[in-house]
Design a protein around this ligand. Structure first.
Ligand code: ADE
Length: 245
């Protein structure tokens, strides 16, 4: 997979892309991430990437020309059509299912907005998608692009070994993840649930599924409908919500 990122602050990407799973994925050739400075596609002495808004008002607006030219240069180099995704608080909400959808693409272009916004002609005539990582406003799209890249890269087949597969992740089956424990078995008097040291794999699987349902019901009831919960599980859940142990 190849991901091109257009931004005004390329230095923001160096450390996050050079750690942990994303670093390993890049080193092993699963993903090629190329950062472009929008200012490199300007022609004036001061490399001006923004200008005053037509109609007046506060703040500056990113100019369309350098962004169009950067995307066109990438398309020319790579050939073919490519999803061009604008990161902005006005986009559709990012989620695990959007990450799964994007992880299937061989090539993505991400555009990070800044200042008060960017010229609407970029949204209308260049971007094919607009994504928000949540209902809050960041100073720019760089951190949002990093979130999107991290969530996508770990879903590329082969990036996570079977050891740390994404299939148990929160949200991957629509529910939050079940509680996890490691050694010591007793810490400050708090014991690991007995079922997890029982060696009974069927009981462990049932306990985990039920804990995932209970946790989702308590913390994110809005997600419960996605979990394909059967009648028996629903009964158990309601009993445990009413009479917590
Ligand atoms: N840029 C500024 N805020 C953002 C957000 N919430 N999501 C994506 N890009 C952004």
């Amino acid at each position: 997979m190849r991901i091109d990122i257009l931004c005004l602050f390329p230095e923001m990407f160096a450390s996050p892309l050079d750690q942990s799973i994303v670093k390993r994925a890049r080193e092993q050739g699963f993903v090629d991430i190329v950062i472009h400075n929008i200012r490199d596609y300007t022609y004036d002495k001061h490399h001006t990437a923004d200008d005053y808004p037509y109609g007046g008002g506060p703040g500056m607006v990113l100019k369309p020309e350098p962004i169009f030219e950067a995307v066109e240069a990438i398309k020319q180099e790579m050939g073919g059509s490519v999803p061009v995704i604008l990161l902005s608080p006005q986009g559709r909400l990012f989620s695990q299912s959007v990450a799964q959808e994007l992880a299937l693409q061989p090539h993505l272009v991400l555009i990070c907005g800044h200042y008060e916004g960017l010229d609407e002609r970029v949204c209308e005539h260049l971007a094919t998608d607009e994504i928000s990582i949540g209902d809050y406003v960041l100073s720019g799209g760089e951190l949002a692009a990093l979130v999107v890249v991290d969530a996508i890269v770990r879903l590329i087949p082969g990036v996570l070994g079977s050891q740390d597969s994404a299939s148990n992740d929160s949200h991957s089956d629509g529910l939050l993840e079940y509680p996890q424990y490691t050694r010591p078995q007793v810490y400050r008097g708090w014991s690991v649930p007995a079922v997890l040291v029982s060696g009974n794999h069927a009981e462990i699987a049932q306990w985990r599924r039920r804990q995932a349902i209970l946790r989702t019901a308590k913390r994110r009831p809005d997600l419960l409908d996605r979990g394909n919960i059967c009648d028996e599980e629903r009964k158990w859940m309601l009993e445990n919500l009413l009479n917590p142990k």
